[in-house]
Design a protein. Structure first.
Length: 151
């Protein structure tokens, strides 16, 4: 695992020279689990983390998680933004956006406000789009009881 390596240019949003869409700006990379590395446990962070190795456990982020093409993640994930180019097994809650690139594979349930799935990507599980919740108004009590409904 390397800390402070800046690979944000690889994941910045915009378009590549091939014209393919890329995810939105993710900020500076603060931790990196490189290919060939294995980590098991609970990972919690505030900025951007990229996983190209194998991770098993739980992931909680206040910013962005990037799973690279060689990344293998077996974890439930909670983050603002999740970008998947490798394999993820577990439920994903992305409060801002979930992006699954064409090389990405996700097996698990998804809760997010914005979902991008490139052609060729695989997503197996339930997807719940979770826009900003609207307040529910309570029903007013009716005088004289409830009306008769005929169908």
């Amino acid at each position: 695992m390397a800390f402070g390596r800046d690979r944000a240019t690889e994941t910045s949003f915009g378009t590549t020279t091939g014209g393919e869409a890329r995810p939105a700006a993710t900020g500076a990379l603060t931790a990196f689990i490189d290919q060939g590395s294995e980590f098991e446990g609970k990972l919690s962070f505030k900025d951007t983390v990229r996983i190209d190795g194998h991770f098993k456990g739980e992931i909680s982020s206040q910013n962005t998680l990037i799973v690279g093409e060689t990344g293998e993640v077996e974890a439930n994930i909670q983050s603002q933004t999740v970008v998947i180019s490798g394999n993820v097994v577990g439920d994903v809650t992305a409060t801002r956006q979930l992006v699954v690139h064409k090389t990405g594979r996700l097996q698990g349930n998804v809760v997010t406000t914005s979902l991008v799935i490139e052609e060729g990507a695989q997503v197996n599980g339930q997807v719940k789009m979770n826009p900003e919740p609207k307040p529910v108004r309570p029903l007013k009590a009716l005088e004289g009881g409830a009306p008769d409904l005929k169908i």
